[in-house]
Design a binder for this molecule. Structure first.
Ligand code: AMP
Ligand code: GLY
Length: 439
């Protein structure tokens, strides 16, 4: 095959590039590396753990901008690009790559609005009768305060745009709602808060649902459970996620089918009606309320750390399935299989996370990933002495699999004892919902 020529056959998938530097991207690289027919997996920029997996390399183009990444993809004859995080998707990296003739798994800028604009996502839900909390959108403080006064009950206050997971205030009192409105309009989240969503407070357990799509068809992955709060007992500030497990038994097969029919298919149909060919992950963050599942938020990518829990469950067909999605030909993909195990992921964070994570501490790891235990790096780097050091808040995740959750969590927690860095902390009660522990 000559340079820049699009591969058409699944067996032509040889070189993959993953964009991102987190635990999510590290776990995707690991899952793809299990497929022996793939020759090279690049991660741009990757992290201190990228090279731990067979045939995985960091790619750090200079300057690290869209144009150089695209020309590097052409030079390296990359067959498939997977874009991990939401920011490059919302900025239109997938559009530019496709214009350059590259094959990409990740939605176009228009589709990424599912995550990048809560108002846009809410409108799509309304237009397609997708269950979600009642809401109001406004761009003035006065109107927001009037809505609150009229409603006369605490509301959830959300910045419309991307705010690194910090743009949502779940308020328990009218006063808190009032203050959250004032904060947003005084510029707390910059332009992300130019528009504000006020939302009815709903209640119930949360679950993360992921569907892979080529814009026409969907494959739904096992449901996953995230743990967003920093401290045991779901206390403390919100974080990017301190741990996860899958498959979440909260949702059985029948429920998942209902969620597919009620939420995922109408979401894809809604995107199609807007002439958006959405290729990538639709992540529906759901709340299971007394009156049925409701969408709390969409994301346009895999969740982190849910992805780390899910990747070890994927069959070898995973690479082919992502490639078929990117080619817009999911019907040609082999059936995606999932192992019959339980998967448990614990995130180890650095001192000061989430407010002020400390960087530059040396990490000691006495473990090697295998088929039932994985160490996925996130905020790590390699210093000039070849030491692995911390370089971010969520440093790494340890993931274990077993025939039940007790076993999976035992593997993960035991393995964490082999890892050490200054200020390392993690939740000891991840998976309390599914294992026998007293908290
Ligand atoms: P998000 O950043 O949109 O994921 O929201 C962060 C968290 O806020 C969610 O995981 C929920 O726990 C909570 N949340 C968001 N919207 C609502 C709502 N309408 N009612 C209750 N809790 C909510
Ligand atoms: N784990 C939540 C997220 O990725 O947004």
């Amino acid at each position: 095959m000559t340079k820049n020529q699009k591969p058409k056959l699944l067996n032509e998938l040889k070189r993959i590039l993953i964009i991102g530097n987190g635990g999510r991207e590290n776990s995707i690289a690991w899952a793809l590396s299990k497929n022996q027919s793939i020759e090279q997996i690049y991660v741009c920029p990757g992290n201190g753990g990228t090279k731990n997996f067979e045939r995985c390399f960091c790619l750090s183009p200079i300057p690290n901008n869209e144009e150089t990444i695209i020309s590097e993809c052409q030079r390296l004859e990359i067959n498939l690009i997977i874009i991990g995080p939401e920011v490059p998707l919302a900025k239109g990296l997938a559009n530019k790559m496709r214009e350059a003739g590259l094959t990409v798994f990740g939605p176009c800028k228009e589709g990424a609005q599912l995550e990048a604009s809560k108002d846009w996502a809410k409108t799509l839900m309304k237009e397609n009768n997708i269950p979600t909390a009642k809401y109001w959108t406004t761009n003035t403080q006065e109107e927001a305060l009037n809505i609150l006064k009229k409603y006369n009950q605490p509301l959830v206050i959300k910045a419309d745009g991307l705010a690194a997971g910090k743009g949502v205030s779940v308020c328990e009192t009218l006063e808190e709602s009032k203050n959250a409105i004032k904060d947003i309009f005084s510029g707390k989240f910059g332009s992300a808060g130019n528009k504000v969503i006020l939302e009815e407070l709903i209640e119930g357990p949360e679950v993360s649902i992921f569907a892979l799509t080529d814009g026409k068809k969907l494959i739904v992955l096992p449901p996953a459970q995230d743990h967003k709060r920093l401290l045991a007992g779901d206390k403390g500030p919100n974080t990017g996620g301190m741990g996860a497990y899958a498959p979440a038994p909260l949702i059985n097969e029948k429920d998942l089918q209902e969620i597919t029919d009620l939420i995922l298919i109408p979401t894809l149909e809604g995107l199609k009606k807007k002439q958006i060919k959405y290729i990538g992950v639709i992540y529906a963050g759901l709340m299971l309320t007394a009156s049925g599942p409701k969408v709390i938020e969409y994301n346009c990518r895999f969740g982190d750390p849910e992805c780390q829990a899910l990747m070890p469950l994927m069959g070898e067909e995973f690479a082919s399935v992502l490639f078929s999605c990117a080619l817009g030909e999911l019907e040609k993909a082999p059936k995606l299989t999932f192992t019959d195990l339980c998967s448990a992921c614990i995130v180890a964070a650095s001192k000061g996370y989430p407010e002020n994570p400390q960087k530059g501490d040396q990490i000691k790891i006495n473990l090697v990933s295998n088929s039932s235990l994985q160490v996925f790096h996130a905020g790590t780097a390699i210093d000039k002495f070849h030491n692995i050091i911390t370089s971010g808040g969520r440093v790494l995740s340890v993931v274990g699999q077993g025939e039940n959750f007790d076993k999976a969590f035992e593997i993960a927690y035991d393995s964490l004892k082999q890892i050490n860095f200054d200020g390392m902390h993690f939740r000891k009660d991840i998976g309390y919902q599914v294992r026998n522990i007293s908290t």
